[in-house]
Write a protein that binds this ligand. Structure first.
Ligand SMILES: [Zn+2]
Length: 74
């Protein structure tokens, strides 16, 4: 597809996505996306996002946990 921001070409790639669901943040690996070669913008299909939701809402393996700093500029 063509990037909405810069008009560059995108290619299909497996990426890591930050995904919010029910107030919780998940880092999901191995997610298929269209990634712009020029600006790096990533596009996810609605079906892919639905699949992530479904996966997280059912029993799933947790590979790791992260501590996240929440800060504010000024
Ligand atoms: Zn772009």
């Amino acid at each position: 597809m063509i990037c909405e921001f810069c008009g560059g070409k995108t290619t299909k790639k497996k990426v890591k996505r930050q995904h919010w669901l029910k107030g919780k943040l998940y880092i999901v690996g191995n997610v298929e996306a269209e990634v712009c070669k020029e600006c790096g913008e990533r596009y996810f299909h609605a079906t892919t996002l639905d699949a992530i939701d479904r996966y997280l809402l059912t029993e799933h393996a947790v590979k790791d946990y992260l501590n996240v700093e929440v800060v504010s500029l000024g």
